[in-house]
Write a protein that binds this ligand. Structure first.
Ligand SMILES: Nc1ncnc2c1ncn2[C@@H]1O[C@H](COP(=O)(O)OP(=O)(O)OP(=O)(O)O)[C@@H](O)[C@H]1O
Ligand SMILES: [Mg+2]
Length: 469
């Protein structure tokens, strides 16, 4: 026999679900979302700082123009060199306007608007976001005193935002690959860490893999990670159930061996007796014993097989086929009619002729009924009465078998159905398994078995209640 090694040694089937792939699939979308949010935040920040830097330059231009106006150079039209200096920009369009509050535009571009608010003092400046011809521009405004009282000269310089956007975009493009690399690195770390983390399972896998199939002791859970403990406990629970099953099987085998050994010993004894004393009457008597013993052994073997069959249906009922319980009961009764007639037993059935449908295992249910009728026939009296009844109510099917024989003392009812239990002093042969089989089959169908006295005040009445499915 080849024993399976630790599961890790076997290659993983390609279509098996992978913890790694699943975790990566779970982690990747949020990480890329974080990347996108980071990029947006970086772009916003970059725009802000680019704004600060270029605002300062814009203010420098406004201050230079202020100086020119102060020195009297730019009261009228600005000379071309100065104009070039103010307006020169390779990236953006620059405009300026010099206005007197009293006399209006002195020089520059009339499309440059007045600021929303004038600076409070001449050494202060204000910035405005304005629109000219569909373009957004940034405007710096400073003021200076005019020659006339009550007048002020307002100097504004404006430029489009192109440079600022280019700078912000460059900053963004510079950081994006770094952020992307970080996300990929994080995913790589996750990939490797899962592999390392799963190695914590190795001792458990090795422990289960190296187990002798006969060793059903609980697992050693020392060092098993807390997250895996539920799995280890589930395996332990399964092992406990297996231990119980093996124990039952062993008991069953021991009981079965014991059950068969007794008639076999008897057979041998009778054979020896016949061999030792070849007189015809001794041989005849020994053969009679041998026949009865062989019949008993055959019966015991049959009952053991029936019990084994009911136990094979480990969980509830394995086969739940539609069947007619009334028809099944009548068949079982009919089988015993010839024997009943021969023994002058009044064997009767009370209940519907057919039409009691239920779901269950027909083979097992027949086994159960036949055992009950067999007991009544076996332990009831010749010339007596046996009634098999069936009645359906709202929740269950009530089935009963009663005879008018000696019955079983009430204090022993609890023991009926124990394997190999026979009422002391029972004359007829039997293996003591019939009622155990009945109980087992009733339980498989969710039912219950009860014992009582027959309706004539004697005999045994067995009630089986099978809930409707
Ligand atoms: N109708 C009955 N009347 C009187 N005693 C009964 C009746 N049915 C069962 N018993 C008692 O209960 C015992 C257990 O019955 P059970 O059917 O389990 O085993 P068994 O009949 O001895 O053997 P087998 O396995 O062959 O059926 C019987 O040995 C008998 O003593
Ligand atoms: Mg029996």
């Amino acid at each position: 026999m080849t024993e399976a090694g630790p599961a890790r040694a076997q290659p993983m089937p390609s279509d098996a679900p992978s913890l790694r792939r699943r975790l990566l699939a779970l982690l990747a979308p949020p990480l890329f979302l974080i990347l996108a949010i980071g990029a947006l935040a970086a772009y916003g920040l970059a725009l802000r700082y680019a704004g600060h830097v270029y605002d300062r330059w814009l203010l420098d231009s406004a201050r230079a123009l202020q100086k020119l106006v102060q020195s009297g150079e730019a009261r009228g039209e600005l000379n071309p060199q100065a104009r070039l200096l103010i307006e020169f920009d390779t990236e953006d369009r620059s405009l300026f306007a010099v206005r007197s509050l009293r006399h209006g535009l002195l020089s520059g571009d009339a499309s440059v608007p007045m600021p929303a608010m004038l600076p409070a003092r001449d050494d202060r400046a204000v910035f405005d976001d304005i629109r000219i011809g569909g373009h957004v521009l940034r405007m710096a405004t400073v003021t200076l005193g005019a020659g006339e009282p009550g007048d002020r000269i307002v100097v504004s310089v404006a430029e489009t935002l192109h440079k600022r956007q280019i700078l912000a975009r460059e900053i963004l493009l510079g950081t994006l690959p770094i952020e992307l690399a970080l996300v990929l690195l994080a995913l790589g770390v996750v990939w490797l860490s899962i592999g390392r983390g799963l190695r914590l399972l190795d001792p458990l896998v090795a422990q289960v893999g190296a187990r002798n199939p006969r060793d059903l002791a609980a697992l050693d859970t020392a060092g098993v990670p807390a997250e895996i403990l539920p799995l280890a406990r589930t395996i332990d629970a399964l092992l406990a159930r297996l231990r119980e099953m093996v124990r039952l099987q062993e008991r069953f085998i021991a009981d079965a061996a014991h059950q068969l050994r007794t008639p076999l010993a008897g057979l041998r004894l009778q054979a020896e007796r016949a061999l030792a004393d070849p007189r015809p009457e001794t041989v005849r008597d020994a053969l009679g014993h041998i026949e009865r013993l062989a019949e008993g052994a055959g019966r015991a073997a049959g009952q053991l097989l029936a019990l084994a069959r009911t136990q094979a249906h480990e969980r509830a009922i394995a086969v739940a086929e539609p069947l007619d319980l009334a028809a099944l009961v009548r068949e079982c009764v009919a089988e015993r009619v010839p024997e009943a007639l021969a023994r002058q037993i009044d064997l009767g059935y009370v209940g519907p002729a057919e039409g009691v449908p239920m779901r269950g295992d027909a083979v097992l249910l027949r086994e159960m009924l036949c055992n009950l009728v067999d007991n009544a026939m076996r332990y009831g009296r010749d010339g007596g009465q046996i009634t098999v009844g069936l009645q359906r109510d709202a929740e269950a099917d009530a089935l009963w078998v009663e005879d008018d024989g000696p019955g079983v003392p009430a204090e022993l009812w609890l023991r009926l159905g124990e394997r190999f239990f026979r009422v002391p002093g029972t004359a007829r042969e039997g293996s003591g398994l019939g009622l155990a089989i009945v109980r087992e089959i009733a339980a498989r169908h969710g039912g219950r078995v009860r014992f009582g006295v027959g309706s004539t005040g004697t005999g045994l009445r067995v009630d089986v209640r099978l809930p409707q499915t």
